[in-house]
Design a binder for this molecule. Structure first.
Ligand SMILES: [Zn+2]
Length: 233
């Protein structure tokens, strides 16, 4: 489990500070991506610049998770991998790996919706059906590996934010790229620009308003579909 919290809420002339709590044991791109996601939360929290009453997470958890994915999705870009890690894999492999994980999160969200809608359904059977249909995994209804996500017990309903987050993140990344260009090799003005347009508000403005101003329209799935298409050989 990894998560990010406010370390301090800041004060006059002082920005909030963020704490990332995480344990990494084996290394690898998956763990690095998780650290990038938490770092995405941390740089967001640290950029909140509003009056004290509004210094908090935004009013939408899906938007908050999307903000963390703005940075985390970089690790699936071969240009980013080459520049920061010194090695890379082909774009199709990289995106298939990344979006397989996102699809797994979407499966968890759908699982939760279905078992709450039908409490008599067997979670193992619903999970085996979802993961074999969407991810082509061999069904193992005798195993309850769906239960590895603590959020299902601790924060019922939260999984849907991990499903919606990447859809919003793809849309926001496309909007930021349209203004800033490709930032995978670094962009010194990026943090200032994204802070001004996305990070700084806390609860001062609704997530819907911040998104509408950035995108110039309601969010949609087209940016995500274009990203997935890049991964089709
Ligand atoms: Zn998160």
């Amino acid at each position: 489990v990894a998560y990010t919290e406010f370390g301090g809420r800041g004060g006059p002339g002082l920005r909030p500070t963020a704490w990332v709590m995480a344990t990494y044991t084996s290394g690898g791109l998956g763990e690095l991506t998780e650290l990038m996601h938490e770092t995405g939360h941390a740089i967001h929290v640290s950029a909140i610049d509003t009056r004290p009453a509004f210094v908090d997470w935004p009013d939408s958890d899906a938007f908050t998770e999307a903000i963390a994915e703005i940075t985390a999705l970089d690790t699936a870009e071969p240009r980013w991998q080459e520049h920061w890690l010194g090695t890379s894999v082909p774009v199709a492999d990289s995106l298939r790996g990344r979006y397989a994980e996102i699809m797994l999160d979407i499966c968890w969200a759908v699982l939760e919706i279905r078992i709450h809608a039908d409490p008599l359904a067997r979670p193992n059977a619903v999970w085996a059906a979802l993961t074999s249909y969407y991810l082509s995994l061999i069904p193992h209804p005798e195993l309850s590996w769906w239960a590895m996500r603590g959020q299902l017990v601790q924060e019922p309903g939260y999984m849907v934010n991990y499903a919606l987050g990447p859809i919003l993140a793809a849309d926001m990344r496309a909007a930021i790229r349209a203004v800033r260009g490709d930032w995978t090799h670094g962009d010194l003005g990026w943090y200032g620009w994204v802070s001004d347009h996305v990070y700084r508000y806390g609860l001062e403005r609704s997530s819907g308003d911040v998104l509408a101003d950035l995108l110039g329209r309601r969010p949609d799935e087209n940016a995500l579909v274009s990203e997935i298409r890049r991964g089709i050989r």
